[in-house]
Design a protein around this ligand. Structure first.
Ligand SMILES: Cc1ncc(COP(=O)(O)O)c(C=O)c1O
Length: 390
């Protein structure tokens, strides 16, 4: 009997599939996935509809992505970060950041190379690295401030290190990296000649004065950084799977070579919609940030009221880590199942985003998303309030 490849033998079921499957047996309010339960801007929806109905986008898109979208991404990088991206050789439109990350990792490092993953990490970084035959090296961030130890980071670099993956602003921590942290990462990458793959899908979601700093903007970093982003979170369009990778043409060539053999072309009508969404500019981004500030407060109040400690108030993305040790005696996976079963609220156990030896760091935490309509968040907060009374 044929069997599947050993390469995928350890992958198992993703934590999202596991939790959603369990939750489907109960009446729950879902604060699990980073999947808004509302639509993005009307102009974007109309542009994608028009692209379908006019017949201009019902066949394969160009492999690099449509020029209108590439041009918008390039303009955006110039306007917000003063980065000069080559519209023909410095960008590949991908099937969401997910494909962007996969192709960037495959295109940047070889079999046997070491790749540093900062924990917690978005779950697909690890399989993307191991599928490419790379050796992952883990550097954890620790509560309550959720930062890494500079000495541990330094110790992870050596002459076999080829790449590092960072996520800024960070899921699940909800934190924008500081200039100090980015400078340390950049200095080590320059010293050891390492490529950075920077996942910046939450680039427009920062609060309380925190500013998103792309690592590609640090001195001499553009030529060693692949920046991955997506329309999913900024424009509430997770279903469209439109993302992109930008960088120096020498690195982008590697990404494109993988891309043309994986998806080779991406959701065509969606690209027209996202190109339109980019034209909305500051007023749209400001509105989204204000909206998420309100949502953050509802979940923060709900968790605190329930006796779940939030030691770090997130200044980025739309996730919050709560320490449940005062209300539940068990690990994070058991807590997530119990919360679904007994209280009808879904959250994600963050130990899934750590390597085996570091899972204990977060065994008393749960990740809550706040990308839902206020009514959903209030309903979750009401249900969580019952926790306090046992
Ligand atoms: C950090 C991070 N990177 C990438 C993705 C995937 O992005 P996309 O939906 O564009 O594939 C997500 C989705 O939750 C994410 O949180």
């Amino acid at each position: 009997m044929p069997t599947f490849a050993k390469r995928v033998a350890d992958f198992g079921t993703s934590i999202f599939a596991e939790i959603n499957d369990y939750a489907s047996n109960y009446d729950t309010v879902n604060l699990g996935q980073g999947r808004p339960d509302f639509d993005g801007p009307r102009e974007m929806l109309e542009a994608a509809s028009e692209a379908i109905l006019s017949g201009k986008a019902n066949q394969y898109a160009p492999d690099l992505g449509i020029l209108a979208l590439r041009q918008q991404v390039v303009n955006h990088a110039k306007q917000y970060y003063d980065l000069d991206i080559d519209v023909d050789k410095g960008i590949v439109v991908t099937s969401g950041a997910s494909e962007g990350l996969f192709t960037a990792i495959q295109g940047a490092a070889d079999i046997g190379d070491e790749i540093i993953l900062i924990e917690p990490f978005f779950d697909l970084y690890l399989p993307a690295a191991t599928m490419g035959g790379m050796k992952p090296v883990f550097v954890p961030m620790y509560p309550p401030s959720w930062t890494f130890d500079p000495d541990e980071l330094r110790a992870a670099f050596n002459k076999k290190t080829r790449a590092i993956v960072i996520n800024n602003p960070h899921n699940p921590i909800g934190r924008a990296y500081t200039m100090e942290e980015l400078t340390l990462i950049a200095d080590l990458c320059k010293e050891f000649d390492v490529t950075v793959i920077s996942d910046e899908v939450y680039e427009h979601l920062t609060y309380d004065g925190a500013k998103h700093i792309p690592i590609a903007t640090l001195p001499d970093m553009f030529e060693r950084t692949l920046t991955v982003s997506s329309a999913a979170k900024t424009f509430s369009a997770t279903g469209w799977k439109v993302g992109w990778v930008t960088g120096h043409p020498d690195l982008i060539t590697g990404v494109w070579r993988v891309h043309q053999n994986v998806t080779f072309a991406v959701n065509h009508p969606g690209q027209w919609g996202i190109a339109k969404a980019f034209t909305l500019g500051d007023s749209y981004y400001d509105g989204v940030n204000e909206m998420y500030l309100g949502k953050r407060q509802i979940v923060l109040d709900g968790l605190v009221n329930a006796g779940i400690k939030v030691t770090y108030t997130p200044n980025g993305a739309f996730y919050m880590m709560g320490d449940f040790s005062d209300v539940y005696d068990g690990n994070d996976r058991e807590f997530a199942h119990w919360l679904i079963r007994e209280h009808g609220v879904t959250c994600i156990p963050p130990s899934a985003f750590f390597s085996e030896s570091h899972k204990h760091i977060t065994s008393k935490h749960a990740r809550f998303s706040y990308c839902m309509i206020d009514e959903t968040l209030h309903k979750a907060a009401d249900r969580l309030a019952r926790l306090k009374n046992g």
